[in-house]
Write a protein that binds this ligand. Structure first.
Ligand code: IMP
Ligand code: MG
Length: 169
């Protein structure tokens, strides 16, 4: 096991406190990246003490196995108006950085007032392009993780804790 439910709870509450302070008085729009972010976003949003709206986006990376290919396509767009809003993208994990780079660039074209990223997990050493999140739950080394929204072949998203899978194929 990498992270227990109670470690996760504590960290998510810390992040929510920080975000509530940073975005006090703002027009906050949370955009969750499906499907992986659905549990993190549900917990984070419920721990916020400020108003916000919630929406979702979905991106697919064409390629095989557990790695991004580099070709990212938006397969479900946000419904909300982005222009002039304070957008906070909620993601499960940053690996190569390619998915978030594409999502941020796409949303930037719609002229939000601000755009930041909050990722539950960050595999900093695996970037293929430079990408920094503004809020990170936990940083981790190499390894493939499941649970708390994260999947392996669409399995295990519902596990309340986060586990490392030894050799994903
Ligand atoms: P990136 O474009 O390489 O940064 O890929 C990010 C996406 O890859 C995440 O949204 C996840 O869906 C997936 N991903 C990367 N690493 C893991 C992992 O360890 N477990 C589960 N999914 C992962
Ligand atoms: Mg995934």
């Amino acid at each position: 096991m990498l992270l227990t439910r109670s470690e996760i709870d504590r960290r998510v509450n810390d992040l929510a406190g920080q975000i509530s302070r940073d975005y006090a008085g703002c027009d906050l729009l949370l955009i969750g990246v499906l499907k992986g972010a659905f549990i993190f976003m549900a917990d984070l949003a419920r721990a916020l003490s400020i108003p916000c709206q919630t929406d979702f986006i979905r991106a697919a990376s064409y390629g095989a196995g557990s790695e991004s290919s580099g070709t990212i396509v938006i397969t479900k767009d946000v419904d909300a108006e982005v222009r002039g809003r304070d957008v906070l993208i909620i993601e499960d994990i940053i690996d190569t950085g390619l998915t978030l780079r594409h999502i941020v660039d796409t949303l930037m074209l719609r002229q939000p007032k601000s755009i930041k990223v909050c990722a539950f997990l960050d595999k900093r050493r695996r970037r293929k392009i430079p990408f920094e999140a503004d809020y990170v739950g936990f940083s981790m080394e190499d390894g493939f993780v499941v649970g708390y929204g994260l999947d392996f072949n669409e399995q295990d998203r519902h596990w309340p804790d986060v586990y490392v899978i030894p050799n994903p194929v």
